[in-house]
Design a protein around this ligand. Structure first.
Ligand code: 0X9
Ligand code: ZN
Length: 427
């Protein structure tokens, strides 16, 4: 084949590869202020008719609803909203152009060379390969502080799930904090936070290691995370092949945990749904793997479980499966308050605090409920990082640094508070 032929072939192959990527041209995210609970109910019922993708559902009156809608459904959907006399504004005008901007930035930035302990992690969203390389490299550089373990089973796409353990090399510490990131694929700021936490624990103030051992899963859903980079930026679930529903892959891992598992509460039994619960509790290697790890390491005495999501700026705690509150609600609320206060002091970013059902919506099968209800980790929190919907899942890279820094301030304040509570000395 001559040069021209080769170029044509390369172009054709590139076109095929590119055309496979899911595009969101002309898709808008609308900000709707429903007038009544009935309005919310009616809008949610239109999901299938207009192929709606709900990014945020309102919890109280005058709260807003964020929904992505494609170009063909836009006019008929707006007509329905007009009939309901609901206030609506365009929040994101073209989802694809945000994705394109993000892609362009990523292409401009060379792949990272891991040869400097103070490497700037906050300048771009790392790919799965880069995250794995970073984790292995940090473990090699800091072998006395950090070790890397793996969940026993690989994922559907043959990825391994890493668990990083960082602890003091000399002191024997018998309390631990567990953090996982990236359970939902498209919430890219979450793994970025876990990498920042690892870096701070290794290269920041080592006194944090005198009080706790830290167990961190940087990407709990590696298949979904890679897929959201390579194919569909807005993918949420893992990549499980769902029996006969060949076109509809994936289970929402945060509906698959085995404590009060219930597809009828905030989940779906439809394999095509973004909140598909899977066929049964712990059917997935990711959720099963993490629960086994936590139970098998009970000698580590986990005092806190943190699972990091986006978006909405919320510091949530159980329960998510019911509107009832845990009997130690006041303890979780006051420790959470210390965290969001420190976070606010850092950057003036405001968080809401309360149970998932109170602040957000009820949804059963979440990892936070399991950690508290089954693994008996008292201080179990779901963190929903920035923002409040301006960019949603596509939080621009120039906000990574401030977001992970303020969140780390919150987590450190929580650790300090818990240390004081455990030792009985007020902070
Ligand atoms: O719905 C979720 O899984 C979480 N929100 S997100 O937008 N990141 O998807 C909230 C989970 C709160 N916890 C429980 N409902 N148990
Ligand atoms: Zn999430």
């Amino acid at each position: 084949m001559n040069i021209l032929g080769s170029i044509t072939l390369i172009c054709a192959l590139t076109a095929v590869a590119l055309s496979e990527k899911v595009r969101y041209d002309g898709h808008k995210v609308l900000n709707i202020i429903p007038r009544t609970a009935r309005d919310v109910h009616d809008i949610v019922k239109m999901e299938e008719e207009f192929q709606l993708d709900f990014w945020h559902l309102p919890k109280y009156l005058n709260d807003s609803l964020h929904v992505r809608v494609g170009p063909h459904s836009l006019e008929p959907f707006l007509a329905k909203l007009r009939q309901m006399e609901t206030a609506v504004s365009i929040w994101i005008n073209d989802v694809q152009s945000l994705i394109d901007t993000e892609d362009r930035r990523r292409r401009e930035r060379r792949s990272v060379k891991f040869n400097d302990a103070f490497i700037d992690l906050e300048w771009k969203y790392f790919t799965l390969d880069e995250i794995n390389q970073y984790v292995i490299w940090q473990a090699q550089q800091n072998s006395s502080y950090m070790s890397v373990d793996y969940f026993p089973n690989r994922t559907v796409d043959e990825n391994e799930i890493h668990v990083v353990k960082i602890s003091h090399p000399e002191k024997k510490v018998n309390q631990s904090i567990f953090i996982d990131c990236g359970i939902h694929a498209r919430e890219w700021i979450s793994p970025a936070f876990c990498l920042h936490a690892i870096k701070q624990l290794l290269h920041g103030n080592h006194s944090l290691l005198s009080d706790f051992n830290w167990h961190i899963v940087p990407v709990l859903n590696p298949d979904g995370y890679a897929y959201s980079h390579n194919m569909d930026r807005l993918w949420r679930k893992n990549r499980r092949v769902n029996g006969e529903s060949l076109n509809c892959r994936g289970v929402d891992l945060n509906r698959n945990f085995g404590f009060m598992y219930d597809p009828g509460t905030g989940g779906s039994m439809d394999a095509c749904s973004d909140i598909y619960t899977g066929t049964e509790a712990f059917s997935e290697v990711e959720s099963d793997g993490i629960s086994r790890y936590i139970l098998d390491n009970s000698d580590q005495n986990f005092v806190a479980y943190l699972t990091v999501h986006s978006y909405g700026q919320m510091w949530l705690f159980p329960w998510g499966y019911t509107s009832e509150k845990p009997e130690d609600y006041a303890d979780l609320e006051s420790a959470g308050f210390a965290a969001i206060e420190a976070l606010y002091a850092q950057s003036r970013t405001r968080y809401s605090l309360g149970t998932s059902t109170e602040v957000l919506y009820s949804a059963a099968g979440g990892s936070d409920d399991w950690a508290k209800g089954a693994a008996e980790i008292k201080y179990s929190y779901t963190l929903e990082l920035r923002d409040k919907g301006r960019y949603g899942f596509q939080l621009p890279e120039d906000q990574i640094s401030d977001t992970v820094t303020e969140t780390w301030e919150g987590v450190k304040a929580l650790a300090k508070e818990l240390k004081a509570r455990i030792s009985g000395v007020p902070s």
